[in-house]
Ligand binder design. Structure first.
Ligand code: FEO
Length: 399
């Protein structure tokens, strides 16, 4: 238990040994489940709880300050179970009213399996604890629809849930006393917040005029030194980078070279029409952060695979399953491939591109295992056609 501001206590728990979060998110430095207890002169509020297996340590932390039955409000900023897992146990031992955003009712019911009669709050709604006021700021899709922030004007502190968090655990709790967590901060943004850049910018607009000298997220270090530096990083990463040309990326998997030939022909058609094209043979392509940045900053994703045993080849699925942390909506998509007898791969790729919310204006393209000159000509023509969907009137190709 640490008093981080007068009457505001850190009561979270640390999980330094965790190495994978949510099954896929590598966390070399573990994580923390931060929670904060606010002891007003008239009322007491708890901000967020912790993951269920840590509830006993969590309850002990709270009860070092007050008995659970003294808590009047439990503010649930977001209902993912790493923050709401211990909620039902706290509720069983207190008469607290749960306070949630107006979009969170369904999530709360899913977690508690009952109607808890929560207090619903919206933008600028306030709860008084006597000498301390909690103000609420809706921050939808950061990273669930229900996310909100809480601000205490009397203490200049903002509670941001996952926003500005890090999967990082240290002996210390403050950013100016911990080991370096730059990587964890950036990686967290890329995995959790990157698909929601517009929402990040909207949330920053809502907080940028408030007096804030401490930001208390629900994971990782509390940002008390230069808190706005971290907000500015989010702002920079979320602000679109203007480009005066259109970029298409062509990926292919081609055991016998035919799908690769189609890829090159499509790319030639695109390039001849003024689209800047980069081609990737998936046999030697590493799917890393740099590649995901490039995909995010492109206008079209064109993916080809030969058909193997009625399916697309594994490196293609590796690529297509790596795109959930990028907003692919409205990019142009297209699928192609060669086949010997059944040829399902292009259709499977096309469906996946549609599921990722790309625009797929043309039906996928197939050719025999060794494409003919006519096939290659048709592929080039398809590239020109796709360029028509991709290119804008003022686009130019970089030198
Ligand atoms: Fe840390 Fe979205 O939960």
């Amino acid at each position: 238990m640490i008093e981080i501001k007068p009457d505001i206590y850190y009561v979270g728990v640390k999980n330094p040994d965790m190495r994978i979060f949510d099954v896929f998110f590598k966390t070399e430095s573990g994580t923390t489940y931060n929670s904060y207890l606010i002891v007003g002169k008239e009322k007491i509020a708890l901000i967020d709880t912790v993951k269920e297996p840590f509830r006993d340590e969590f309850i002990k932390n709270i009860e070092e300050i007050v008995p659970l039955e003294k808590i009047n409000y439990i503010i649930t900023l977001h209902h993912e179970p790493d923050h709401s897992g211990a909620l039902k146990y706290i509720l069983e031992k207190s008469n607290a009213r749960v306070v949630i955003s107006k979009t969170a009712g369904l999530f709360l019911k899913q977690i508690l399996h009952r109607d808890a009669n929560p207090l619903l709050v919206g933008d600028n709604d306030k709860i008084s604890l006597g000498n301390i006021t909690l103000e609420f700021i809706q921050a939808p899709f950061l990273h669930w629809p229900d996310t909100m922030f809480a601000y205490i004007p009397e203490r200049n502190i903002l509670f941001t849930c996952d926003f500005l968090g890090q999967h990082f655990s240290d002996e210390e709790i403050y950013n100016d006393e911990s080991r370096d967590f730059t990587y964890a901060f950036e990686h967290y943004y890329k995995i959790i917040m990157r698909p929601f850049k517009d929402y990040v910018l909207q949330a920053i607009k809502k907080i940028e005029n408030k007096n804030i000298d401490m930001i208390a997220p629900s994971h990782g270090m509390i940002l008390r030194k230069d808190p706005w530096k971290y907000v500015d990083l989010y702002r920079t990463w979320s602000t679109p980078k203007p480009r005066d040309y259109r970029r298409a990326l062509v990926f292919y998997a081609s055991p016998y070279g035919g799908t690769g030939k189609l890829a090159n022909s499509i790319a030639k058609g695109l390039a001849d029409s003024g689209v800047y094209v980069e081609i990737f043979d998936l046999a030697g392509t590493v799917i890393d952060d740099s590649l995901l940045d490039l995909i995010e900053n492109s206008d079209a994703l064109i993916v080809g695979s030969s058909t193997l045993n009625g399916d697309a080849i594994k490196p293609v699925w590796d690529l297509l399953s790596s795109l959930t942390t990028i907003n692919m909506r409205n990019k142009i998509g297209f699928a192609f491939g060669t086949f010997a007898w059944s040829g399902e791969a292009p259709k499977f790729i096309e469906n996946r591109l549609k599921d990722l919310k790309l625009k797929v204006p043309e039906t996928s393209f197939r050719a025999g295992i060794i494409p003919t000159e006519d096939d290659l000509q048709r592929a080039a023509e398809m590239g020109k056609k796709l360029a028509g969907y991709i290119i804008g009137p003022s686009s130019s190709v970089p030198a």
